[in-house]
Write a protein that binds this ligand. Structure first.
Ligand SMILES: [Mg+2]
Length: 255
């Protein structure tokens, strides 16, 4: 009960795969179909919806083993390839290559200050727990990227079926942390991370997020069903440009 916790979002907060899903599609096409001619932007417009987290109010307990999780996602990826002009058979044959490439640790980058931030909270006596909407391979990715020694638990939507901002995702993370009295969240998504956690009483620091211009607001509200969180902006009064800054802010509030 006595060990406080920082719940960490993973993607965009501790590490990133630059260009994410659409860039991965282009990389696979570059390797296996060099004359494809498609751009990341052309691919991206077919990947704006259809991932489990876009339907976060539904519990995805039918997707809790890796192949079941990937099946609809790879259908989405295959359809995107077909819509940019790849033949259906070729697109289907490239889907397994996409999965391999997306989870390849060499394609991921840990932000320069992430380890320092995890060490800082750990040395102050806090637990670090990852709570993420992610692919089933996330725990291995966390290990391969050298973060696992600083992480008490990885609570992954692809294992339990609840996507942030679903309140159960945060409750499961608290449970994995040992039901601490003190818990904060650090994340880059104002609705999925910060407003969702606020709903279950967890204060948050919005980190590494862009300014709330009209394009960002439209994208975030469209992707995460903001109707449930009309005051999401008010939850984001604590911001940090780095993970270290976020930890410093949390420690100063909890001193
Ligand atoms: Mg994120």
């Amino acid at each position: 009960m006595g060990v406080p916790v920082i719940l960490w979002d993973f993607d965009g907060t501790l590490a990133t795969r630059p260009g994410r899903w659409s860039t991965c599609v282009v990389e696979v096409l570059d390797e296996h179909m060099p004359a494809h001619g498609a751009t990341r932007q052309q691919v991206a417009k077919f990947l704006n919806n259809g991932f489990p987290w876009h339907d976060w109010e539904k519990v995805h307990d039918d997707l809790c083993n890796p192949d079941d999780w990937w099946e609809p996602v790879l259908t989405l990826i295959t359809d995107a390839m077909i819509r940019i002009g790849v033949g259906p058979d070729k697109a289907a044959s490239l889907a397994p290559r996409f999965r391999e490439s997306f989870v390849d640790p060499a394609r991921w980058h840990v932000f320069p200050d992430s380890l320092q931030a995890l060490r800082l909270s750990g040395s102050a006596g806090w637990r670090n727990v990852i709570v993420s909407n992610h692919v089933p391979e996330l725990p291995d990715l966390v290990f391969q990227l050298g973060l696992a020694d600083h992480i008490h638990a990885v609570v992954n939507s692809a294992e339990h079926g609840h996507e942030k901002p679903h309140p159960q995702a945060f409750r499961l993370a608290l449970q994995a942390a040992g039901d601490p009295i003190t818990a904060w969240i650090v994340g880059d998504n104002p609705i999925a991370d910060i407003a969702g956690a606020a709903e279950v009483g967890i204060p948050g620091v919005l980190a590494r997020a862009p300014e709330f211009d009209s394009a960002f607001i439209e994208r975030i509200e469209t992707s995460y069903g903001h109707a449930r969180f009309p005051d999401w902006m008010r939850c984001c009064d604590k911001r940090a440009s780095t993970a270290v800054e976020a930890v410093q802010l949390i420690l100063s509030h909890s001193a």
